[in-house]
Design a protein around this ligand. Structure first.
Ligand SMILES: Cc1ncc(COP(=O)(O)O)c(C=O)c1O
Length: 442
């Protein structure tokens, strides 16, 4: 099934096939057996696909020696997933104390980690600095002041980037666009100089090393990255001329898209890397600057295709002349993306080879009319008890999951050439209520 060249251009993970029993098999694991062994809903991550993908990133950027590859933890953060990226030399982009704690708990130090986020708390900044975070990407004036105060108290000089809003729009969903002018993230270009002035003259415990931007997610146009780098270098040139500060680092965020459905046509990691390096080459020349160290923070394109979710089909409802619904044992709490921003997915029945395709709408089990996982998809005569495999759920599903309707969060399994291991246990009822406080007087 996987006939295209690069992982983010495929819907299925590597090594996806039908086995002799007619069941879907991925990385040597029969999905029906996985569902029986671990029960559904179940998140599954294929380690082989993650590692091959990460290797592609390493190879694609190997021509630019000063590249720092970091994994955007917000896409998928668990101890074992972090260990995989750490073992491959990646650093991390984190946005909370919880993400930092997950790294430390997995015995990963913060020497290659950047702390991002638009409203970091004092407690979070203190925790990051106590644990020697490599870089903080400062988002606003309040944070500049707070960070300097904390660094001063700890007698540290903290290396920072300034996050800017580059004013670039990319054609992705409004909620996952972040680089356009009307955005809650970063300093806009009018206030940047004021921030630099403060760092230069007042905030002596901050060491400004570079600029940071992130233009959005699920990006299909490589030109966006070219333009983003042009904007960053233009600003770096201006800063050099005006303040006599030569910044030697640039963080361009993440954003490369993946293939959720056949209509999606993302460029490969290699095409993206080439345009990034082309822009660095051409625009450093244009502005007479030295080539900066390049930080990139991909999330989705590193893990999404490696992940899939297994569900058991339950009830069905036929609305005569309109549509047939089939319902799953999961839905918007384990994958909020369709109800949140209309995300589309592909799915197949894992336990049936080609039979009679039937047009259905796949509904979640949650008490919201909007809990529709896939609208209008052809599945092989779906029946109660069948196992549905939804592809491309490796990013922004587990990390955005909730306990809506007090349904327990599913477990996550890591597969690798016929082996499978739990890397996140299914939540228990005891854990669900452990923070409830039942007042005596009630
Ligand atoms: C600052 C920043 N860096 C990196 C990422 C990762 O983006 P993606 O998962 O699209 O690669 C995000 C996602 O929103 C982000 O906000």
């Amino acid at each position: 099934m996987t006939d295209k060249k690069y992982i983010n251009q495929n819907i299925e993970p590597l090594n996806t096939k039908r086995n002799d029993k007619g069941n879907l098999e991925i990385s040597g694991c029969d999905l029906v057996e996985l569902a029986q062994k671990y029960s559904t809903p179940l998140y599954v991550m294929d380690e082989v696909t993650i590692r091959e993908n990460a290797k592609d990133y390493i190879k694609a950027f190997s021509k630019y020696e000063k590249t720092h590859l970091t994994f955007a933890a917000k896409a998928l953060m668990t101890g074992s997933i972090a260990k995989i990226f750490d073992s491959m030399g990646f650093g991390f982009d984190v946005v909370s104390k919880g993400e930092i704690y997950t790294l430390l708990n997995a015995k990963i130090d913060l020497s290659k980690t950047t702390f991002n986020g638009s409203n970091k708390t004092q407690e979070e900044i203190e925790f990051a600095l106590e644990n020697n975070i490599a870089r903080v990407s400062v988002d606003n004036f309040l944070e500049l002041e707070l960070l300097n105060k904390i660094a001063l108290k700890m007698n540290k000089i903290q290396k920072i980037h300034l996050r800017i809003t580059p004013g670039i729009e990319c054609h992705t969903h409004e909620y996952i666009q972040t680089g356009q002018i009307d955005s809650k993230f970063g300093f806009d270009l009018h206030t940047l100089d004021c921030a630099i002035e403060l760092i230069k003259n007042k905030y002596k415990n901050l060491d400004l090393r570079g600029l940071h931007a992130h233009v959005g997610s699920q990006i299909f146009e490589t030109q966006v990255f070219y333009d983003e780098i042009e904007v960053l270098l233009r600003q770096m040139k201006r800063i050099k001329d005006k303040f006599n500060i030569e910044l030697d680092e640039m963080n361009i965020g993440g954003g490369l898209g993946i293939t959720y459905t056949k209509e999606d046509r993302p460029p490969s990691i290699f095409e993206t890397a080439d345009i990034i390096m082309k822009s660095l080459e051409e625009n450093t020349k244009k502005y007479g600057l030295n080539k900066p160290s390049l930080y990139i923070e991909p999330g989705r394109s590193l893990v999404c295709t490696a992940g899939f979710s297994l569900y058991t089909i339950g009830s069905e409802k036929k609305v005569e002349g309109i549509r047939k619904y089939i319902a799953l044992d999961g839905g918007m709490a384990d994958n909020p993306r369709p109800s949140m921003y209309g995300a589309k997915y592909c799915a197949v029945i894992a336990n049936k080879k080609e039979e009679a395709p039937e047009l259905v709408t796949v509904a979640g089990r949650y008490c919201e009319s909007g809990d529709i996982l896939i609208k209008d998809i052809e599945l092989n005569s779906p029946k109660a008890g069948d196992i549905l495999c939804v592809f491309s759920t490796g990013a922004y599903c587990y990390s955005m999951s909730s306990n809506y309707n007090r349904v327990l969060k599913p477990s996550m399994v890591l597969i690798n050439n016929g082996k499978s291991d739990i890397i996140v246990k299914r939540q228990t009822l005891e854990q669900l209520v452990q923070n409830d406080v039942i007042l005596e007087r009630l």
